[in-house]
Design a protein around this ligand. Structure first.
Ligand code: URA
Length: 230
């Protein structure tokens, strides 16, 4: 986006006013004073007006590769939160789309758009979440049908919604859930007498965890990824 448009959209000043700020040397991009209103600004650039950072206009949509040992909450007294990896102004105000346990790794979506976050997490929208599971004991074939029929979990009033289980080796499987109950994957395996020893989320809807992202790294979603959440 052009610098003058970026500034006008974020600050509320008109483009004419923004250009006046530029002429008087009040606009910096990264470490340089900038006077060219047409300069192309990317998400990586840091823009300052009169010494104050100016956030990029519009909502933010990110994917993070969650490492082990951090939590999906905005604050935690014990563990780092997933938001501590996000190097953006006011990152702690962003919404985390659904929680992964402290010992679960993989795809976490983070946004400033609460409605979009709701579409990711609400069972009504049936956005499938694909988990890769490693278990302590072999996974029997009949688990596929049990997951598909739904399981009664301790303390829950209703069966789980149909979940698609694909056994990939004796102790490994992929499971797609469309709801996000507390410790759901672990409790479903516990309900069939097994134990989850590793859990990783690989996909949400059609948004696949980017293999370029190391644990703790994040990137902005593409428009196609954002629009794929219905
Ligand atoms: N199910 C779990 O048991 N844990 C997670 O982190 C996510 C789904």
């Amino acid at each position: 986006m052009r610098l003058d448009k970026y500034l006008a959209k974020s600050s509320g000043f008109s483009r004419k006013e923004v250009r006046r700020f530029m002429k008087s040397g009040e606009v910096m991009v990264n470490d340089a004073e900038v006077m060219d209103p047409a300069l192309h600004i990317t998400e990586e650039d840091e823009v300052y007006l009169s010494g104050y950072p100016v956030e990029a206009p519009g909502d933010k949509y990110l994917m993070l590769n969650k490492p082990l040992g951090c939590v999906c909450s905005n604050e935690d007294g014990t563990h780092p939160t997933v938001l501590s990896f996000i190097d953006l102004p006011r990152a702690n105000e962003l919404t985390i789309c659904g929680r992964l346990d402290v010992d679960t790794t993989g795809l976490v979506l983070i946004t400033s758009n609460g409605k979009w976050a709701h579409r990711v997490t609400s069972p009504k929208h049936k956005t499938g979440k694909l988990y890769q599971v490693t278990t302590a004991d072999p996974i029997p074939e009949d688990a596929v049908e049990k997951f598909n029929k739904g399981l009664m979990l301790i303390n829950d009033k209703e069966r789980t919604k149909p979940a698609q289980l694909t056994i990939t080796s004796s102790h490994e499987a992929e499971v797609i859930l469309t709801e996000g109950r507390y410790h759901q994957v672990k409790r479903m395996f516990a309900a069939i007498g097994n134990k989850v020893v590793e859990l990783h989320r690989q996909r949400i809807g059609n948004i696949e965890l980017d293999e370029e992202l190391e644990p703790g790294e994040y990137r902005f979603l593409t428009d196609e990824e954002i629009n794929s959440i219905k």
